[in-house]
Ligand binder design. Structure first.
Ligand code: CU
Length: 310
């Protein structure tokens, strides 16, 4: 099992191991007495059934001990829980996390966006979690945090990463066909690296989202970035392999069997498919694509990129 990479995560681990330990001891004690009684009161050794009377002292002490054990487990859990669910410290950095079918987008103060959660080491982070469509769940096992993303409402979560490294981050609420593709990384780096990244002077992790000021980037290159950052990659491969949707390799210009008629994958078809994905689904694929969050200019860039995938 991974060790916890947050301070609050260690509280969670402590509660987990204490409860597991108590359960193991109780298991051993119960099994011991069960086997003991099977042996002791076997009909060979005890041919006439014994009439066991109640014992008030024993019963009260069982009751008292059980209550004490359960309360101890509760208090231990509560101790960590009230910190995790309490107010984030005032010096937290704020990150807006948005789940949608089927990717996460993280937005930082100053406008930096990423599909990888980049975090500074030993600084408290407050996540404001949203969903654009259905219920998702933000989950980083190494941080020992999980929070649903609920459409139409904001859910908050805070933690302090105290280990640098790369940790799995994924959706823990089944949200449709591409749910398993809703996986990314949380990367914890030193504060100076983080600040450089935040200022756009350094790249960390996956392909960066096309920043607004990068006007000079060619259409196809921008399209490639959008392919990653807008979640296309969850369902469409670039190498010919079949995922949930058709591969983009050699797709542009291809003739496909649509539901009702043969379609040519041209600009008009792609633009229509971005806005109304389920209008003309190619035979053999499920109508599961959500409408694209891209504007016309971005869709054009994606088409430029598709043209390069011969
Ligand atoms: Cu999800």
């Amino acid at each position: 099992m991974f060790s916890a990479a947050t301070m609050t995560g260690r509280d969670v681990d402590l509660a987990f191991w204490v409860i597991t330990g108590i359960s193991a001891v109780l298991f051993a004690v119960i099994i011991f007495f069960m086997l003991f009684f099977v042996y002791r009161y076997h009909h060979k050794r005890n041919p006439v059934a014994s009439d066991v009377e109640g014992n008030t002292t024993l019963e009260l002490s069982f009751l008292g001990i059980s209550v004490a054990i359960v309360l101890a487990m509760f208090l231990l859990g509560w101790d960590g829980y009230r910190i995790i669910r309490g107010q984030a410290p005032a010096d937290s950095i704020e990150v807006k996390a948005t789940g949608q079918m089927w990717l996460w987008t993280f937005e930082y103060a100053g406008g930096r966006q990423s599909n990888t959660l980049i975090l500074p080491y030993k600084k408290p982070v407050k996540l404001r979690i949203f969903s654009n469509d259905v219920i998702h769940s933000f989950y980083v096992p190494a941080f020992r945090v999980k929070q649903d993303a609920v459409p139409g409402s904001e859910k908050d979560l805070w933690f302090t990463p105290d280990e640098t490294g790369t940790f799995d981050l994924f959706c823990a609420e089944y949200c449709g066909t591409g749910h398993s593709a809703m996986i990314t990384k949380a990367i914890v780096v030193g504060e100076s690296d983080f600040n450089a990244w935040l200022a756009g002077k350094k790249e960390i992790g996956a392909v960066p989202v096309a920043a607004k000021e990068k006007g000079a980037v060619s259409g196809a290159a921008k399209g490639k970035e959008l392919y990653q950052s807008k979640g296309c990659s969850a369902c469409h491969s670039l190498d010919g392999s079949q995922l949930i949707g058709p591969t983009w390799k050699g797709l542009f210009g291809k003739k496909e069997n649509g539901k009702e008629r043969e379609v040519t994958v041209d600009e008009a078809y792609i633009i229509k498919s971005e806005h109304e994905p389920n209008a003309d689904v190619v035979v053999g694929f499920q109508p599961v694509m959500p409408p694209s969050p891209m504007n016309d200019e971005e869709i054009k860039a994606v088409i430029e990129f598709m043209k390069t995938l011969k």
